[in-house]
Ligand binder design. Structure first.
Ligand code: NAI
Ligand code: MG
Length: 359
């Protein structure tokens, strides 16, 4: 019997509401598939913890997490308690950077029964994966403020692109593109305007592409990619982008597949020197919190990605197939998908489909 240890960080807002749903679904997948067990340790880190302890997580938080097989994360952010700049950087970004989770993988699939805000799209018309650079670029945190309160007060934030950091995420994206039927990879930059860092990225993309002659490539400027994702998302298979561009484009890719409540993500350290982290793309949605209406699918699907990373893809597939069956049959849909179901009702529908599929 394989055993995997999972660090669970529900975080804030609806993160706390969807995390138990995800854990229920993971437990069902383990039981129905068999052959492995999951053991969970819970960490109450987030904005409320910070009010009490003065930090988003303990100073030895990363050491505490280091030996887990994976981290299952809800969402962070309570702008009423803490500036977002603090909550994000002191918890989520600390883990992503501290554990060198450089490949942020975010699939977007238009599920059966889900209406895209784009007219006329059928299930599967949108089927793309974003690979977002997750440890450097625009979010590296290099910068500062000068002359506070004075008329010429200023702020500088510098993006940092290293050769190894750029090369490894591009290589990861090529490997992923190679594993998919269409084998297409778009590199998203803004090298017409950011002609130091992004021209450097283009150069490395071209170099790495020589090792993958079987993968079709193109370079797309980020503004053109934003338009393409609205006008013709069918043509997008895998794209790789910097931290900032990937962040923005994956909210767009989540939105065109019907709801932010559907979009899963994996923050991967592919070399497995550190645990990887699995979390929905969405945030803590404070306006939904306490209403029991948060869509649990993104959290459950992120759990399926975690099982795949742990070597239990077949168990993860039970979750993904059940999610597709629930949306296809319009069973217990939450309000973001046009239904009236509560969070727990949708989870119950997913669990019932998992049981049915496993028979
Ligand atoms: P958000 O992702 O929380 O919400 C964006 C929109 O999507 C809202 O209309 C919300 O109602 C909807 N939505 C999100 N998740 C949903 C779900 N599961 N079911 C149904 N609808 C859902 O982003 P927002 O509003 O910009 O940020 C809120 C807080 O979350 C802020 O404090 C922000 O810093 C934080 N945040 C945290 C992230 C993380 O932990 N990874 C990512 C993005 C934002
Ligand atoms: Mg985002």
């Amino acid at each position: 019997m394989e055993k995997y240890s999972i660090a669970v960080i529900p975080g804030d807002g609806i993160g706390k509401e969807v995390t138990p749903e995800g854990v229920d679904v993971l437990e069902a997948a383990a039981r129905l598939h068999g052959g492995f067990e999951l053991a969970y340790a819970y960490f109450p880190w987030g904005c409320e913890y910070c009010l009490e302890h003065g930090r988003m997580m303990p100073s030895d938080g990363l050491d505490t997490l280091r030996d887990f097989d994976a981290i299952y994360f809800g969402a962070v952010g309570r702008p009423d308690l803490m500036p977002d700049s603090v909550s994000l950087r002191e918890l989520l970004l600390k883990i992503r950077l501290g554990f060198d989770q450089y490949a942020c993988v975010r699939p977007s699939l238009l599920l059966p029964g889900v209406l895209s805000p784009l007219e006329g799209k059928k299930p599967g018309d949108i089927d793309l994966v974003a690979v977002r650079e997750n440890t450097e670029g625009e979010y590296v945190g290099a910068g500062g403020r000068a002359h506070p309160g004075m008329a010429f007060e200023s702020a500088v934030e510098t993006a940092v692109f290293t050769r190894p950091g750029t090369e490894r995420v591009i290589r990861y994206a090529f490997e992923l593109a190679r594993s998919r039927p269409r084998k297409l990879l778009a590199s998203v930059t803004k090298s017409n305007a950011l002609n130091h860092s992004m021209a450097f990225w283009d150069q490395i993309f071209d170099e790495v592409s020589k090792d993958y002659p079987d993968v079709g490539t193109e370079r797309v400027l980020v503004d053109a990619m934003a338009a393409r994702m609205v006008l013709h998302p069918e043509g997008v298979d895998v794209f790789v982008a910097s931290n900032l561009f990937g962040d923005i484009l994956t909210d767009l890719s989540g939105a065109i597949t019907g709801s932010m409540g559907l979009a899963p993500s994996a923050n991967l350290n592919p070399e497995r020197n550190f645990p990887s982290m699995f979390e929905p793309v969405h945030g803590s949605a404070p306006e939904l919190c306490g209403k029991d209406v948060a869509n649990p699918i993104a959290m459950c699907w992120s759990g399926a990605m975690m099982l795949e990373h742990l070597g239990q893809k077949a168990a993860g597939d039970i979750i993904v197939e059940a999610i597709k069956a629930v949306t296809a049959d319009a069973l217990a849909l939450t309000p973001d998908l046009g239904g009236k179901a509560k969070t727990k009702e949708m989870t119950a529908a997913i669990l019932a489909k998992m049981e049915a599929l496993a028979k």
